[in-house]
Design a protein around this ligand. Structure first.
Ligand code: SAM
Ligand code: SF4
Ligand code: SF4
Length: 346
């Protein structure tokens, strides 16, 4: 690792992990609940009426999240992303945003399904959030409703995106998970819709997160196939990454009408540069999206540990990290009892 960015280590930073990777990003799942039942994430058969979500007392409070976020920031986390489940279903999320936005040198972002954005965009902006990603898998109601599985119409997500743009979010990133046979017919309509809008559409390869979505390699439309399909419609040229370790590969329209991204998490693993830690809704630290086990920080918080002690624990966990799931994916790992994305934070 002789990249200067990787060598610029913060004073309180944990030692690099076993593969030489620093800790740079933190994703925080603020709730394991969601108002969607996307078939690739929280299928209804598993997340039906009798599913046991976490009880409120098990969730980290906003104060606990903010305390951990400050510790992580001192340790070199430069980016914090709020996610879930659906983060905007957690009441008063803007109060948490306000606390986190005050942490110096942290780039704060949020990923949302956009359903509550029309109502919440202004409050989030005023609380200090400046970066937002909205997930949207189709532009026609029939496909979108089949994917969200709660009959939610596209127009209300588009209204949310429009409101976010009106209050100042710019650029807004749009995430589309592509699943063969489910919404691959929407790749071109989505690309055409967002081209020239200033919003950046990113196509995400369908992943085998958790163990409930019945993932099969045949259902993955590869990043390469997506780029080829769009480029045949409107020619693309590859663009340089914004920074080392950027997960989305950037492609610009040759006519200057904007850019798209592709996240090839399945076909071009980026574990080598993965600097991401995840904090689950109930305060466990995971060092990989595909982890099978987390490390309980809530017990430390509630057991009266000092910041210093928590910081030492994070160092010890990070030092042991050797995850590289996407590089070593096999039929056996796909079938393993991995943690669900809604809980660990997508
Ligand atoms: N509910 C919010 C949303 O949908 O934006 C935030 C949480 S969601 C788990 C975060 C991101 O993970 C979304 O963009 C979603 O599309 C993506 N995601 C969920 N399941 C996935 C899967 N099996 N493969 C690839 N991406 C997935
Ligand atoms: Fe909910 Fe997001 Fe998962 Fe869809 S992808 S079920 S919106 S958490
Ligand atoms: Fe990072 Fe794990 Fe994904 Fe690899 S599989 S990029 S280590 S989260």
């Amino acid at each position: 690792m002789n990249d200067p960015v990787f060598l610029a280590v913060k004073h309180d930073a944990p030692p690099p992990d076993r593969r030489g990777r620093p800790l740079r990003d933190l994703r925080i799942s603020v709730t394991d609940r969601c108002n969607f039942r996307c078939t690739y994430c929280m299928p209804k058969e598993v997340y039906g009426n009798d599913h046991q979500f976490l009880e409120h007392k098990e969730l980290l409070s906003f104060e606990e999240i903010a305390r951990l976020a400050r510790i992580f920031a001192r340790k070199g986390a430069e980016k914090i992303r709020l996610t879930g489940g659906e983060p905007l279903v957690r009441r008063n999320l803007e109060s948490l945003v306000e606390m986190l936005a005050q942490i110096p040198n942290v780039d704060l972002a949020l990923t949302t399904n956009g359903t509550l954005l029309k109502k919440k965009a202004r409050a989030l902006w005023d609380a200090g959030l400046k970066r937002i990603t909205v997930s949207l898998d189709a532009l026609d109601d029939a496909t979108f409703m089949k994917m969200n599985d709660v009959d939610f119409p596209v127009a209300r997500v588009l209204d949310g995106i429009a409101e976010a743009a009106a209050v100042g979010f710019n650029p807004i990133k749009i995430n589309m998970v592509v699943k063969r046979g489910a919404n691959d017919n929407c790749i071109l309509p989505m690309a055409r819709h967002f081209r020239g809008s200033g919003q950046i559409l990113r196509f995400i390869e369908y992943m085998d997160v958790g163990h409930t979505n019945g993932w099969r390699m045949e259902d993955v439309v590869t990043a390469r196939q997506i780029v080829d399909m769009i480029s045949a419609d409107a020619p693309l040229a590859q663009a340089d990454p914004n920074y080392r370790g950027e997960v989305a590969e950037r492609w610009r329209y040759r006519d200057g009408s904007g850019e798209i991204g592709v996240v090839a998490s399945v076909t071009q693993a980026f574990c080598r540069d993965c600097t991401r830690a995840r904090l689950s809704t109930d305060g466990k630290l995971y060092t990989c999206l595909f982890a099978t086990r987390g490390h309980d920080l809530k017990a430390l918080l509630r057991g009266g540990a000092s910041d210093h002690e928590i910081s030492d624990r994070i160092d010890a966990i990070w030092r042991q990290r050797e995850d590289r799931y996407s590089e070593i994916r096999t039929a056996n790992t796909v079938a393993a009892q991995k943690i669900e994305m809604s809980y660990i934070g997508g």
